[in-house]
Design a protein around this ligand. Structure first.
Ligand code: UTP
Length: 292
């Protein structure tokens, strides 16, 4: 199964940091955010990783290209661990398609349609380039649920406080496996509602940035008109999908996902992941003590 990583958004919420570089290139502890996402797709045995990028911000392409001179420079100075890290980033098997204009997440996915190919039509993953799942727990479960339901599309959802549902796409569905209490639920989706006011929200299960989609979604995206914000929305194509195919959702543990799309979420992600490293945890705690 191929994986598409959209990474061509404007990054408005992170300006001016994202004026000249994509937010997906922001460092998260020891790697740019998007490298975690590529590694997650490869850990789920993606046969190809396709990054949708913005030609005006070429640093993602550069990051995943070999850098023999830098490798030699580091090796000559005995910095073998760093040389290995540079070699690793430059040898990850990724390819690129440009999104000529940031016309929305759905449009970014559609830009990769030719790379996904039609013969034979195959399902594919979509992993948002600014959302990290460092423990790689979600895609394998999505594959299992898809297989259990005849190869249907599966999306990941997470439980948000009701007061926050109006910021997300929310599902309406029936529990078909697992249970709600321990967060292991699998839902057959009846409807998707974009940013509902809290009293009208059909649930508190919000769409998270991981999708396993059938080729029908690509076909529907090609017919999807611009929606909210004048952008081609992936959610609109999923709403259209419900008229043709079943769509499932798995509930994920909110602690398994790390958003990096805003200053607040990037900071939270960076601190939480730094705390997993004993050496860096000391730095975080010492910094907090110094400021208190
Ligand atoms: P976001 O909505 O988080 O990214 O899209 P954005 O549009 O860059 O953010 P703001 O709202 O301006 O701050 C989720 C993912 O989809 C990609 C983004 O790069 C991000 O990884 N995306 C979004 C595209 O590739 N193209 C688009 O047109 C829109």
């Amino acid at each position: 199964m191929k994986a598409i990583i959209p990474a061509a958004g404007v990054g408005t919420r992170f300006l001016p940091v994202t004026k000249a570089q994509p937010k997906e290139m922001l460092p998260v502890v020891d790697r740019p955010a998007i490298q975690y996402v590529v590694e997650e797709a490869l850990a789920a045995a993606a046969s190809e990783v396709i990054i949708v990028s913005n030609d005006d911000k070429p640093s993602i392409v550069e990051h995943f290209s070999p850098a023999p001179e830098l490798e030699r420079y580091l090796a000559d100075r005995g910095k073998n661990e760093l040389a290995a890290a540079v070699t690793h980033a430059g040898s990850l098997p990724v390819s690129f398609v440009p999104q000529p204009e940031p016309l929305g997440l759905g449009h970014a996915v559609l830009c990769a349609a030719e790379k996904i190919g039609q013969e034979p039509p195959e399902p594919f993953f979509v992993l948002l380039g600014d959302v990290l799942v460092p423990d790689n727990k979600i895609l394998p479960r999505m594959k299992e649920v898809s297989a259990a339901h005849g190869g249907a599309s599966v999306i990941a959802v997470f439980r948000v406080p009701l007061s926050e549902v109006s910021r997300f796409g929310v599902i309406d569905g029936e529990l078909v496996a697992g249970n709600e209490e321990d967060g292991s639920g699998v839902w057959r989706i009846n409807a998707l509602v974009e940013k509902p006011p809290a009293p009208e929200a059909p649930s508190a299960l919000a769409i998270f940035g991981r999708y396993l989609l059938t080729p029908k979604v690509m076909e529907l995206l090609a017919k999807t008109a611009p929606g909210a914000g004048g952008e081609i929305q992936l959610t609109d194509a999923l709403v259209a999908l419900l008229e043709h195919e079943e769509l499932y959702a798995i509930e994920i543990n909110v602690a398994d996902g790390f958003d990096t799309g805003t200053i607040e979420t990037w900071l939270d992600t960076t601190i939480r992941l730094a705390l997993r490293n004993p050496q860096l945890a000391k730095v975080v705690k010492a910094a907090a003590d110094t400021e208190n």
